[in-house]
Ligand binder design. Sequence first.
Ligand code: 2HA
Ligand code: ZN
Length: 271
Amino acid sequence: MRVLDAEFTKGFIRMADDGWQQGWHERNGGNLSYRMKPEEVDAVREDFKEGQWQDIGTVVPDLAGEFFLVTGSGKFFRNVIIKPEDSLCIVEIDEKGEKYRIVWGLINGGKPTSELPSHLMNHEVKKRVTNGRYRVIYHAHTTNTIALTFVLPLEDKVFTRQLWEMATECPVVFPDGIGVVPWMVPGGKEIAVATSRLMEDYDVAIWAHHGMFAAGEDFDLTFGLMHTVEKSAEILVKTLSMTGTKRQTITTDNLRQLAKDFGVTLPEKFL
Ligand code: 2HA
Ligand code: ZN
């Protein structure tokens, strides 16, 4: 089978285009990666070529031998839907988790996303803590969430509580809460280590003055998570723009009632 005919590729392209249409991917902003299932690799293997091994820039031993569909460095989400073979690639990880090689895509040259270290380190954590269930890591430049990183203290508790309060579905959609990475230089191992530490506990990590990372089981759930957090941030931005103080809100007691009825566990440290 051709890579472009596979369901996972179609789901990936649709998600990239959804993100573009939300306004989260100006120019070459943002990146997306998907850890392929062994049967998906087998189904499209005939479409593979063999690229040169390159350093990842970090070490991900628990991803040895895995294949990822990822966006290309410097590529525009806007173009993914019209020229996926130019915008995306599949990379294979070597048996030590130190190198990758491109086996499909980027037909006009290029490299996988500049945030490959963060994507792979997040995948490594999520593969371990979810027993292999999570397959998608998504980074986007979500306007309202970024705006909040200029006015709220950069603390997990503050962001979690504020974003839980702005829409009743939020504590149910991201019951574990949200982590915050202070401003750091993007693209390297240091920010990858900081982000992947947060992914031990959370499915969402905010990069101050930059954007957001979300992790999930499939394209729908990961996109839906990013969308829910960003919508909640938009409501908070609107509320703060109208008035500095909320007249009423979802209280700690309300959160406890919600958790009970919806069968989710909210960490005590956020209540
Ligand atoms: O340009 O979003 O963080 C891609 C990015 C870097
Ligand atoms: Zn970015």
